[in-house]
Design a protein. Sequence first.
Length: 233
Amino acid sequence: MLRISCCVFLVCGLLISTAAPLHAQEPHQAGLVVQFGDGTVVTRCIGFSEDEISGEEILHRSGLTVLFDYTSGLGTRVCKIEADGCEVPAEDCWCQCQGIPCRYWTYFYVVDGAWHYAGLGSSNRTVHDGDVEGWVWGDGRASPPLLTPDDICGTGAEVKPLTPAPSPVPPEPNATANVVQLLPTPPDSNPPPDERTTVTATGSPINLSNYAAFAIIVLALGGLGLFLYKRMA
């Protein structure tokens, strides 16, 4: 009887220890590349548990000091990252883009191994696992250094916290998340449309491997119970 009790406790311990990994969700990761006006480049590896997050949320979770503008009626605008940009609300968000030269935070994303200028603002873009986002303080002519997800999130890279940072409440009561933010068009360029800004509501994918692992454990318990029953018979 003692041997049977020990076996039962052993199997229960095995089941408990494997239950957590069955439902644990590995964090998704996206890369962020920021190039400042003096040429300094900063990268961040952002971890997130959601299926997708916005480009704005990537900046919120980056740990960088970012000033946003919610009062334009055009959606969220990025006004300043660290020391480069415009000091809102004392200045207009695009205070250095009132004529020529025009300097502002230009937004890019990587598709098929190349940077693409984002014609829509970061609040209107969805970011998925393995994506790379880029920001450059300039006139829109130069893109950030091209880096892969492995370059940014490879072995030894620091992954920023998984939990989302609290987002500031927009002061504009009429502004909604559905408003599309149009960014200035870079000189002598024709930016491609952001093909991934339209989100279709779908259910979360089912991870069949979790169910398969659970079924194996159940079968193992059943086999052990049958073995003990035959030993006692």
